[in-house]
Design a protein around this ligand. Structure first.
Ligand SMILES: [Zn+2]
Length: 412
């Protein structure tokens, strides 16, 4: 738990000096120092200084960074990491030009993941997710939000949340649980959607809150899924049980989901591919974080979220992967930064801030993680590059050299 890292070529701290989140031009300010050293004691960053000036205490493990770049661990604030099965056949059908409807008729879509996840044992779900989390950490992610949402019944949603709890207890990554029972309607409620909404509100939410199985409640607010009325009902009920709302909003249609999230103080609204000036105005007057998911736009060939307009409006913006088996099968935050820079007109500095400190804020954790500052948890990643801008520039490869999580050097 005690570690001294010296000879750091670029120490990119993303320091926020007590601010919860960075906005506007502050997102470009990385507070970087060259030729630096870092002292970690009991999992906490206790000193930051110049190489040669900051002396290591005796009997401490030392990592010689040999001029490499050090960044805070990535915070992936939106994933669907616990699931069974895979959907490569659907991927191939999409490549052949098949429509969503044709894919659904052939047994694909979210319900195919639901069937596989319902059938899977807790042991298998744990094993699959554990492997994915290891890979995520190898590519620099040290905190991961994981949603339920592939069970769509009280028992199976709880099963997924229990797997997330077990992973939270066992895994090196910091894991945050989100209940996404309102991801889609299960086939058994197809003709009576309100009965499923009521089951979420009257049974699932109280149970999950009582058992402390989730911090957040997410809702797929979209035409044909959970409309504004259903979303508002679930938000209000979640808050009544002390659970914090967040939304999948404006992915396919802009019809007021972002505005609803802002009104009810959602911690974040995620996706935003279709967000227009009304959504931006609502976010400007709120504390809600805009989380963009560029991997989804790449994978589905959809438009990208208007990240430039969101940042320029002074709204805090985070980047996450949305890792899931149907529409975004990539958990590399390095890759997301490349997409942010090439497709959403963000600078590398903004992409780093959005993937670290602002991601932590989107999970309510930016006082503990997300930047390299004295007193914060020592989640730091060393990269095999000479300049931080090289990471999004040379894309499609993993640049991570070593990962330190909570002061522990991970052995991959
Ligand atoms: Zn999602």
């Amino acid at each position: 738990m005690n570690l001294f890292i010296n000879n750091i070529g670029q120490l990119v701290t993303v320091a926020s000096y007590g601010k919860r989140v960075k906005t506007g031009s502050d997102m470009r300010e990385l507070h970087m120092s060259s030729n630096a050293a870092l002292l970690i004691q009991n999992g906490i960053i206790t000193a930051i200084g110049k190489n040669g000036e900051l002396a290591p205490p005796s009997d401490i493990d030392i990592i010689d960074a040999e001029g490499r770049v050090v960044l805070p661990g990535f915070v992936d604030s939106h994933t669907h990491t616990v699931f069974a099965g895979s959907r490569e056949n659907e991927f191939a059908m999409r490549a052949e030009g098949k429509t969503y409807q044709q894919i659904a008729e052939a047994g694909g879509g979210i319900l195919s993941t639901m069937r596989a996840t319902r059938e899977a044992t807790k042991h298998d779900l744990y094993k699959f997710a554990d492997r994915r989390l290891n890979d995520m950490m190898r590519s620099g992610t040290t905190t991961v939000e994981i949603k339920s949402g592939y069970g769509l019944s009280p028992d199976t949603e709880v099963k997924i949340l229990e797997v997330i709890s077990d992973l939270k207890r066992d895994h090196y990554a910091t894991i945050v649980a989100t209940f996404l029972g309102a991801h889609a309607f299960p086939p058994e409620s197809k003709d009576d959607k309100q009965s499923y909404i009521n089951r979420i509100c009257d049974y699932m939410l109280p149970y999950i809150a009582e058992k402390k199985l989730a911090t957040f409640v997410d809702i797929f607010c979209e035409l044909g899924y959970f409309d504004l009325k259903a979303t508002e009902q679930i938000i209000l009920e979640s808050k009544r049980h002390g659970l914090i709302p967040k939304l999948h909003a404006d992915q396919l249609n802009a019809f007021g989901a972002v505005e609803l999230g802002a009104k009810h103080k959602a911690i974040s609204v995620d996706h935003l591919e279709k967000t227009n000036e009304h959504g931006i105005t609502a976010l400007k007057n709120s504390e809600t974080i805009a989380t963009v998911l560029p991997g989804c736009s790449l994978f589905l060939n959809h438009p990208y979220a208007p990240a430039r307009s969101i940042i320029d409006a002074g709204i805090p913006l985070a980047i996450a992967t949305d890792f899931n088996p149907g529409t975004q099968m990539c958990y590399s935050m390095q890759m997301m930064m490349t997409l942010a820079c090439t497709q959403m007109k963000m600078t590398p500095e903004e992409a780093i801030t959005a993937s670290t400190l602002n991601g932590a804020a989107a999970l309510g954790l930016s006082n503990e993680i997300g930047s390299i500052e004295i007193g914060k948890q020592a989640d730091v990643v060393l990269y095999n590059v000479h300049d931080y801008k090289y990471i999004p520039y040379h894309y499609g490869v993993n640049h991570v050299w070593k990962v330190v999580k909570n002061g522990v050097l991970l052995d991959f």
